[in-house]
Design a protein around this ligand. Structure first.
Ligand code: BGC
Length: 827
């Protein structure tokens, strides 16, 4: 069916709707869906988070999802083709879970490493973000599932995220923050965009007429629907006239009855409501939810099935960035030869309890997680000496009860009658009203009892606690640990206030291996006027505290006794998540001390860093190798073993500059002043700023080593071709090492030497990854984006291309150019 035919069908359906139904449709029906309208053959449209997996409406562990590596990891592959395959897998997952629209991808920029959701966005560079985002959106929509590119726009930090007004100059908006949205809208035609919580230059985004109606729709030709971020719509008239189509979550939003009334009172033209409904009906038609209109991708045209586990593992190893790999006795320490290694000491809490996902709405429940310990154990030949030591505990806080617990949730009404029950893979309960266990309704639900057993791994004083608002009674091995009420917190973020921090309620002495009963009875907290019906609380636990010096000493002894020491360091969910920013870039707990000590004991120390965003690595020059593993998703340990033992090459390149210390980063403040966060640095974020600073970063943009060597043998420039490009750079590339490998050829466009204007000296203009066997050579053709030479002229309110002879720097990273060619730009 053509777009015109689909538009005609939408028009017909629209004509049959009365005002109240239209207003109700735009208000949402519950947490995740829009209402059906059977009279016009319209099915209920279901949305779900998020970038690394499809949660599904239940979003609980009894309905697991494939959990992929973090978006920073996907971007580190520098491979839009891989992003497209990722999208296809997510579409398959969405279909399996009855989801029509995925609330992803997140294409805000890495303005500051402090941004709490940094791990959930791709890069500090708008071009790389746009390319990866385009691949991702195209892939999801290949599978007949919609996307909402988010969060439009400038949602680059979390502090006061509901109210902050970001003061961003037009040039920075155009050249940086809007650019990925623009590229994706033009190249992948997303079915949706999500309006952010924050404001930009005085108007909250859900009401931003200029950016939503004029720029997004009129200028760029966006023809999808605009949905609010959850609870972001605040004003009926301002939102509908400002270009917001759907206010979520329903049904108590500023649309619905309030919108119908605004039309009746003459405050809103009905045609404005019609325009929004038209967008929603078009979306429904594309998703196959409007009777008589074939879906955009009919069932017989769906892409071939994707193996989720295999893809999760592939993305992980393709994303790992080998930051450093120094020789020891003449040979780089990685890869480790598994047939010859004389003992391997694996160290770190995250090596055993893997840190594979960021927190917040991007969190999903995988069916399994392969830890580094499991992965290495499985990959090393039988008989290899593999020892393990915790080394350091990254957190002082208890976390959701997991390892060693077997739990169920029993749901009861006020009379104590059992309404329903469900298995729980962890102590975290997070149900929204429409996703309660079978037989349970929000209105009837009064208490939830998390009950089961715990078999400790270690003897000693185990800490137990609660997270959430409401009444709790916590009993472990017949000891009442807590019986009381937790009041609501005062945080500015309603989600955080409701959920709160994990609270340690007391200890119980337990013996390793001896199973004990556990019960946490929770009186469900129902707040008056709460727009979301949610049950959210956790049983939290922490193992016995050990003397930190003793833990380090144990790890040092293990490292001394092995040929190679692998230390896995990580951030925790309390460090990188949604709803708050980071205060520093340090690894939590004594992990830095641990690495210093292990490095001093074993010259062949390899550090694996599991964080979604930059952390300071003060010991990086003391160790033989540093491998950045991001949040690697459910196949973490399998992919890690692939790469450490050399079955595969670590394929990633940094999508964001890594500073030595926070103080060196271009933007170090994310707290608004008086409600306003000024983007004072203009267009100078990321490498655009580093490039004019005297301070060198720890690792530059684009950096990443492999296991083979590359020779850039010659380059040229062919002008002409596609008008969106500055022609093509051709590069003769040879793999001069002794094994097959993948190279990411990067091209940066440097401004003409006589250009003294205030603009970034170099901008990423193109890239391409190539795989070659040992000794293989090829010619690579990299189209150069014309946007790299353009600047936004604020006076003329238009793009300008300053003419001159630019230089294309072709190489392995921003700091490692191998060849240059002149590029004449005529303006
Ligand atoms: C997040 C969005 C997410 C939505 C629904 C919001 O708090 O900012 O990214 O899609 O919740 O979970």
């Amino acid at each position: 069916m053509t777009d015109t035919e689909r538009a005609a069908a939408v028009e017909q359906a629209l004509g049959k709707l009365d005002l109240d139904t239209k207003a109700r449709l735009l208000a949402g029906q519950n947490m995740w869906s829009l209402p059906s309208v059977p009279e016009i053959g319209l099915g209920s449209l279901v949305m779900s988070d998020g970038p690394v997996g499809v949660r599904g409406v239940r979003s609980t562990a009894d309905d697991p999802s494939v959990a992929l590596p973090s978006p920073t990891a996907l971007a580190a592959s520098w491979d839009p083709g891989l992003a497209r395959r990722t999208g296809r897998l997510l579409a398959q997952e969405a279909r399996r879970k009855g989801v029509h629209v995925l609330l992803a991808p997140t294409v805000n920029l890495h303005r500051s490493p402090l941004g709490g959701r940094h791990f959930e966005a791709y890069s500090e560079d708008p071009y790389l973000t746009g390319e990866i985002g385009t691949g991702y959106v195209a892939g999801v929509q290949d599978g007949g599932v919609g996307t909402t590119v988010k969060h439009f726009v400038a949602n680059d930090a979390e502090t006061e995220r509901f109210t902050v007004d970001n003061a961003v100059g037009e040039r920075a908006l155009r050249e940086l923050y809007l650019a990925p949205f623009e590229a994706i809208v033009k190249n992948a035609r997303p079915w949706g965009v999500m309006a952010a919580y924050n404001g930009v230059n005085g108007s909250t985004m859900t009401e931003h007429h200029r950016l939503q109606n004029e720029v997004l729709r009129e200028e760029w030709g966006f023809d999808g629907f605009v949905v609010s971020d959850w609870l972001a719509a605040r004003d009926t008239v301002a939102a509908i006239t400002g270009g917001l189509d759907v206010a979520m979550p329903g049904p108590h939003t500023v649309y619905g009855e309030a919108l119908a009334q605004a039309v009746r009172d003459g405050r809103v033209e009905e045609s404005v409501v019609d325009a929004a409904v038209r967008n929603v009906l078009l979306l429904a038609a594309r998703a196959g939810l409007l009777e008589g209109v074939p879906a955009a991708v009919p069932a017989d045209a769906l892409p071939a099935a994707v193996d989720g586990e295999a893809l999760a593992r592939e993305i992980a190893r393709r994303s790992f960035v080998l930051l450093r790999n120094e020789p020891r006795e003449g040979r780089p320490v990685l890869p480790v030869d598994p047939t010859r290694v004389d003992g391997l000491a694996l160290i770190g809490a995250a090596a055993r309890d893997a840190r594979v996902l960021g927190g917040g709405s991007a969190h999903v429940f995988p069916a399994h997680v392969v830890s580094p310990l499991d992965g290495l154990r499985a990959a090393l030949p039988a008989g290899t000496r593999l020892t393990y030591a915790v080394g350091a505990d990254p957190s002082d806080e208890p976390a959701a009860a997991g390892q060693g617990f077997a739990l169920r949730a029993l749901c009861r009404d006020a009379a104590g009658q059992l309404l329903g029950e469900t298995a729980l893979p962890s102590g975290q309960v997070q149900w929204t009203g429409d996703a309660l266990p079978d037989g349970v309704t929000y209105d009837a639900l009064h208490t939830v009892e998390v009950t089961g057993t715990f078999t400790p791994r270690e003897s000693g004083a185990h800490h137990f606690g609660t997270r959430g608002t409401g009444g709790f009674r916590l009993v472990v091995a017949d000891t009442v640990v807590f019986d009381g009420v937790q009041e609501m917190g005062q945080e500015s973020d309603p989600f955080e206030a409701f959920f709160g921090a994990p609270l340690d309620r007391g200890t119980v002495e337990l013996e390793a291996g001896a199973t004990v009963p556990v019960s946490l009875a929770y009186d469900v907290f129902k707040m008056e006027g709460m727009p979301i019906q949610a049950v959210a609380f956790s049983l939290v636990h922490r193992g016995p505290r050990r003397d930190p010096d003793e833990l380090i000493a144990e790890a040092v002894a293990a490292a001394r006794d092995a040929e190679i020491a692998v230390v896995v360091v990580a951030t925790t969910e309390r460090v990188e998540s949604e709803g708050f920013d980071r205060g520093d870039l340090r690894l939590p707990g004594r992990q830095d001390d641990l690495v210093h000590a292990v490095a001093a004991a074993n010259p062949r120390t390899v550090v694996v860093v599991n964080s979604g965003a930059p952390v300071e690595l003060p010991w990086r020059e003391e160790v033989a190798a540093v491998l950045l593993g991001w949040f690697p998703g459910q196949e973490a340990g399998a992919a890690l073993a692939d790469v450490l033992l050399g079955a595969e090459e670590p394929g990633g390149r940094l999508p964001t500059t890594w500073p030595v210390a926070l103080a060196d980063a271009p933007v170090t403040r994310v707290e608004p002043r008086g409600g306003v966060l000024a983007y004072e640095e203009g267009v100078f974020i990321g490498y655009r700023a580093w490039d004019r600073s005297d301070v060198a970063p720890a690792y530059p943009f684009g950096h990443g080593l492999g296991y083979t060597d590359w020779e850039y043998e010659g380059a040229g420039h062919e002008p002409g071709g596609d008008p969106d490009t500055l022609g093509v750079v051709t590069v003769r590339l040879r793999n001069t090492g002794d094994r097959a490998g993948r190279e990411v050829v990067q091209v940066y466009l440097a401004v003409p030497e006589d250009d003294t204007t205030d603009r970034p000296r170099r901008v990423l203009a193109g890239f391409l990854s190539v795989e070659l066997p040992a000794g293989g050579a090829t010619e690579v053709r990299v189209p150069l984006s014309r946007r790299a030479a353009r600047t936004w002229d604020e006076t003329a309110a238009a793009w300008r291309t300053p003419a001159g002879t630019y230089t294309a720097e072709i190489g392995r990273s921003l700091a490692d150019p191998r060849l240059t060619v002149p590029v004449v730009v005529s303006g």
